[in-house]
Design a protein. Sequence first.
Length: 138
Amino acid sequence: MIPFACAALPWPAVRLAGAHETVLVVEDEAMVCDLAAEAFLDEGYRVLTAADADEAQAILERESIDLLFTDIDLAHNTNGIALARCARRHRPGLPVIYTSGGRANLSPADAVPASVFVPKPYRPSQLVAVANNLLRHA
């Protein structure tokens, strides 16, 4: 099983001064997308959003992304797991956070290496803490 982000996180949600990372949030539920995007914006990240993997792929091709946060099951029969694999082929060290409301976990065989799974529902502070930790160690 890939690392699982749970309610009790050992990572502080502390940002490095002057950090200007860009997060791509890929989520087909508008309210959930807005919640995640706002959490990252409040933390000082630049945020781009996409509603499906096709839209996200277009963004990945034209933008410099520092972290991919993606739902697993997306609109238009697209998939966050396939999106992360494709993104990693072009940028091998890209930090990835997966999320899903329909899964309790994600197997290492499905996930890209060194990624994290955060199940829905998540707290915005939890999501930001995981992102900060991944970017610190990227």
